[in-house]
Design a protein around this ligand. Structure first.
Ligand code: S3P
Length: 450
């Protein structure tokens, strides 16, 4: 079952060359933050290119529940009339964040230092994920959290009145945790310092600076030190959301493995904290080029061109690159299945606590389709079949995880026989136009009765 409806079984048959232009939707991380930061300033924030995926729409609904006005205009732009730092009202009902870890963790941070109480829930996937990583640092501000065992949702957050700034070293590489602390720090008195040993996506820092917060980032021996002064008056912004590199990964990787393909994926955000997959693919020998490199809305952007690459070789992905491609390991493992030799992915324990346990989900599905996978707690290795090809033929469980669902559908495009998934419903959380967009390039996706 999808989070919000009946399951949508889907299969993907081997197809001819993929060709054309793939205009993928806006960046999910930046879209969530646009709604939340827009809600934290007085006046109108205007957003162009917002991802209208279920995860982001759930965050927009939550911002309304905290008192902001969130409106979609006929031309597809969105506007947020915010309530200011510390201005959130107490919601009248439970906040349902659906499938979105980013949504719930960032919103918990954003409300944490306002003296209101809010209860959060989500779908079966989200309600199984750890929230202690966010509520532990929020407790330093004086916030109380009452959830289920293991720090899981549903959970009630009692905001801290009159919080003061804190110093916190993030114990796991997580942009969500870092961002939750920074958002909580907005309504705390004085200075907050957040230290991350490994750099994670920095959209919150960049956007807070854009909204007028007093924030600085220093690179030290201890890692990145982010210093934020509390209680700023944020200024509303006009935001243009770049297209999502994590969504671009799917048509790019499909083009690399389907014989004869040549696909252009324009306007992709290439923030270095997000672009690790593309570096890795090029090291494997992918024919992937950046065209028309430019800057848009403070983020580096390029058009990606991906062509069929029959000579890719497996590599050891440097563990220090993991944070910059953390959402892309499932689709990388599909490309690795078609490369020659072993692709080693280490230092990726975080994959076990995403929308699903992504190592287990991909390992089981790849094996069922004839690909050898070894795994440990924080590593996995895919042995590529190179010229032998991937047999395919299995039905895989999507496990309420959009990236698992899309990865197996891409596998089916280049395997010898069709690959099916039990539920394509979760794809709508991040890439609602996936089916039509891939079909437009020549993919053969079919909704099946199953
Ligand atoms: C995100 C951070 C990452 C990523 C998620 C989006 C964000 O999660 O997996 O899809 O927008 O901050 P973690 O912070 O758990 O690594």
């Amino acid at each position: 079952m999808s989070g919000h409806g009946a399951a949508i079984p889907m299969s993907s048959r081997p197809c001819g060359p993929l060709s054309g232009t793939a205009e993928v939707p806006g960046d999910k991380s930046i879209s969530h933050r646009s709604f939340i930061l827009g809600a934290l300033c007085v006046g109108e924030t205007r957003i162009t290119g917002l991802l209208e995926g279920q995860d982001v729409l759930d965050t927009g609904r939550a911002m309304r529940a905290f008192g902001a006005e969130v409106t979609r205009h006929d031309n597809g732009e969105w506007s947020v009339h915010g309530v200011g730092v510390g201005g959130f009202a107490e919601p009248g009902n439970v906040i349902d964040c659906g499938n979105s870890g980013t949504g719930v963790r960032l919103i918990m941070g954003a409300m944490a230092t306002t003296p209101i109480t809010a209860t959060f829930t989500g779908d079966a996937s989200l309600n199984g994920r750890p929230m202690g990583r966010v509520t532990d640092p929020l407790a330093l501000f004086g916030v109380q959290a009452h959830g289920r065992s293991g720090g899981r949702l549903p959970m009630t957050i009692v905001g801290a009145p009159e919080a003061s700034g804190v110093e916190y070293t993030v114990p796991v590489p997580s942009a969500q945790v870092k961002s939750a602390v920074l958002l909580a720090a907005l309504n705390a008195r004085g200075e907050t310092r957040v230290i991350e040993r490994e750099a994670t996506r920095d959209h919150t820092e960049r956007m807070l600076a854009g909204f007028g917060a007093d924030i600085s980032v220093d690179t030290t021996e201890a890692g990145r030190v982010i210093t934020l002064q509390g209680q700023p008056e944020l200024r509303p912004q006009a935001i243009t959301v770049p297209r999502d590199p994590s969504s671009a990964a799917f048509p790019v990787c499909a083009a690399l493995i389907v014989p004869g393909s040549d696909v252009l994926v324009p306007g992709i955000g290439l923030n270095p904290t997000r672009a690790g997959l593309f570096t890795t693919l090029r090291e494997m020998g992918a024919d992937l080029t950046y065209e028309n490199e430019r800057e848009e809305g403070g983020e580096p952007v390029a058009d990606l061109r991906a062509r069929f690459s029959p000579d890719m070789k497996g590599i050891a992905v440097p563990p220090e690159r993991a944070a910059s491609m953390i959402d892309e390991y499932p689709i990388l493992s599909v490309v690795a299945a078609f490369a020659e030799g072993r692709t080693e992915m280490r230092g990726v324990k975080e994959l076990r606590v995403k929308e699903s346990d992504r190592i287990d989900a991909m390992a089981q599905g790849l094996r069922a389709n004839g690909v050898e996978v070894e795994e440990g707690e924080d590593w996995w290795i895919v042995t590529g079949r190179g010229p032998d090809g991937v047999p395919g033929g299995a039905t895989c469980a999507a496990r309420l995880d959009h990236r698992i669902a899309m990865s197996f559908l891409i596998l089916g495009m280049a395997a010898e026989t069709a690959v099916s998934i039990d539920d394509a419903g979760p794809i709508a959380t991040s890439f609602p136009i996936f089916e039509g967009l891939m079909g437009g390039l020549g993919a053969k996706l079919e909704r099946s009765a199953d």
